[in-house]
Ligand binder design. Structure first.
Ligand SMILES: Cc1cc2nc3c(=O)[nH]c(=O)nc-3n(C[C@H](O)[C@H](O)[C@H](O)COP(=O)(O)OP(=O)(O)OC[C@H]3O[C@@H](n4cnc5c(N)ncnc54)[C@H](O)[C@@H]3O)c2cc1C
Length: 518
């Protein structure tokens, strides 16, 4: 085949966590695409280890959750302030200082996961390929241009130097915090800015694993003259991060590792590097046919909520179903304009919440506007999504709330309830991943939807909710209402109180929330 003639509906640039997640979600939804990544494998440099229930829900939908080891339901990775790993333990630290941990395992069928980024990425890579994704590693984007019809990317196979062009209907830029694509588009960023550069050291130390018996896996090292952060990947590998005053030699790094361990233990240095702690959010997440996702769109410090990659994987989930509909001409491209409207406020709130937390507030100083502090579950499962494709996400609603405080409001994540469906006990969210679904307990709404291309689930018949979590209460519909849930599990519409079931009304609602092709 003439390489110059390659065309794909979607081209993804960057094959780290977010690009690979986008590839997996697109492949699962049957959207042909090409992903290019300049490296062949995953970076060894220590990065993400913490993944939220919400992220695991996306992986559950795409069929790979069972391959990712989860923490026990309701649990989180525990952290303590210590003199050293082997030395005195001063106190256990909460994920959000000043906030009680509210996880009881009820809000989601999934628990969070503690898995090193370089172990998760191969799972995503393999799963995306198995679902038909065209992943090209060792391939670099040299330049990109777009016009009203297409995006054209110039690529180079790094080991041979061969260059070729790929055209695409849409491009996802998952090319990281420095995003050359974002820079080329001239999209500026706002936020706390670059705050500091940290040194990290990854090492193997089997002996240190003996100190994990108490269940603490992350350690704030607090010694006179040395503050650091020590953690484990739970596979014999450990990382130490600290602010470096001047370039350290290997001998100095080894001495600091020993200081953090607090006992003479044998260890092997694997790699060492630097990373920038920064809070920067792009002014817009798209330009024409190009969409920024992950760190390209929002650089967030690795807070205890693990907002960085989790927010990016959520971007990819949001984009995948919209691209699916637009590529299949089921929706107008205007549906894709809702991406910035929906995702930027979510990223911005995460930025603000990071610096509203006492442990990060010190980095931004007094100029920072104080914000109410939302709990971890509110931020992970209870953030509100607003755009023109969601009807009735009332301006009076808070931007986030604990999932138990929501009840079917448009813009919220459809709640998880263990329900009976076709004789099986499954999560309600498992029924809400493929297409738009109308949920109601009133057969008149199902009848009204009968001639629309809209799946319906009749509570009490198709799906049975438990008595203590009745559908009408959980989704706030009352006895005779209905909701429509999008393929990403967000409630897009809820009937007004006492609304009369009507096919014309439903058709008008569907036109607005799906932005159909006309
Ligand atoms: C110490 C640390 C701890 C963290 N902990 C967590 C955590 O616990 N939870 C969490 O959610 N997040 C965490 N993060 C953040 C997380 O690592 C990042 O958010 C995540 O890596 C972003 O993924 P990405 O795919 O958007 O970008 P990146 O991981 O930066 O990947 C961008 C990719 O694009 C490729 N690329 C760039 N330019 C080109 C080009 N021209 N051609 C081809 N390929 C290109 C690069 O090679 C790279 O592979 C942590 C980060 C750090 C530094």
């Amino acid at each position: 085949m003439n390489p110059a003639s390659i065309h794909t509906p979607v081209l993804i640039i960057g094959g780290s966590l977010v690009g690979l997640s986008a590839s997996l979600f697109l492949a699962w939804r049957g959207v042909p695409h090409i992903l290019v990544e300049k490296h062949h494998g995953s970076a060894a440099h220590p990065r993400a280890t913490g993944f939220t229930e919400h992220t695991l829900e996306f992986f559950r939908a795409a069929g790979i959750a069972e391959r990712i080891p989860q923490v026990p339901p309701g649990a989180t990775v525990r952290r303590a302030r210590v003199e050293s790993l082997a030395g005195q333990h001063y106190e256990e630290l909460p994920w959000t200082p000043g906030q009680p941990e509210e996880r009881d395992g009820k809000a989601s069928p999934m628990a969070g996961a503690a898995i090193a980024q370089d172990l998760l990425e191969p799972i995503l890579r393999e799963a995306a390929r198995a679902r038909g994704a065209d992943l090209r590693t060792g391939v670099e984007l040299l330049s990109v241009q777009q016009d009203a019809q297409r995006v054209t990317a110039q690529l180079r196979q790094r080991d041979t130097g061969a260059c070729y062009a790929v055209t695409a209907d849409y491009l996802i830029a998952a090319d990281g915090a420095a995003s050359p694509i974002r820079e080329q588009l001239g999209i500026a960023r706002q936020g706390a800015g670059p705050l500091r550069v940290l040194r990290s050291v990854l090492f193997r130390c089997a002996e240190a694993d003996a100190f994990l018996k108490r269940g603490i896996r992350q350690f704030d090292i607090d010694q006179p003259g040395f503050k650091g952060f020590l953690g484990t990947y739970s596979d014999g590998r450990w990382f130490l991060m600290f602010e470096e005053q001047s370039e350290s030699t290997d001998a100095q790094l080894r001495a600091l590792v020993r200081q953090a361990l607090g006992k003479d233990m044998a260890f092997e240095l694997i790699t060492t590097g630097r990373w920038e702690l920064a809070g920067l959010i792009a002014d817009r997440f798209s330009e024409g046919r190009i969409f920024l996702a992950g760190d390209a769109a929002h650089q967030l410090p690795p807070t205890r909520g693990g907002y960085g990659a989790n927010t990016g994987i959520d971007d990819a989930y949001n984009l995948a179903w919209k691209l699916q509909r637009v590529v299949r001409r089921q929706s107008r491209p205007a549906l894709l304009d809702t991406y910035t409207d929906e995702r930027r406020p979510i990223a911005w709130l995460r930025h603000q919440q990071t610096f509203a937390r006492p442990d990060y507030a010190k980095w931004v100083g007094d100029g920072f506007k104080e914000e109410p502090l939302y709990g971890n579950l509110a931020m992970e499962l209870g953030q509100l999504t607003r755009s023109g494709a969601i009807l009735g996400a009332d301006a009076a609603l808070p931007p986030a709330a604990h999932p138990r405080d929501w009840a079917g409001q448009p813009g919220t994540r459809a709640p998880h309830v263990w329900v009976r469906h076709r004789g099986n006990s499954i999560s309600s969210i498992d029924l809400l991943t493929e297409d738009f679904v109308l949920l109601t307990a009133d057969p008149r709404w199902s009848a009204a939807a009968a001639h629309l291309s809209l799946n319906t689930l009749l509570a009490g018949a198709d799906v049975v909710f438990p008595a203590d979590q009745a559908f009408n209460d959980t989704f706030g519909t009352g006895d005779d209402g209905a909701v429509i849930v999008r393929p990403d599990g967000i409630i897009a519409w809820r009937s007004a109180p006492a609304a009369i079931p009507d096919a014309m009304l439903l058709r008008a609602v569907m036109e607005k929330i799906t932005m159909p092709h006309c």
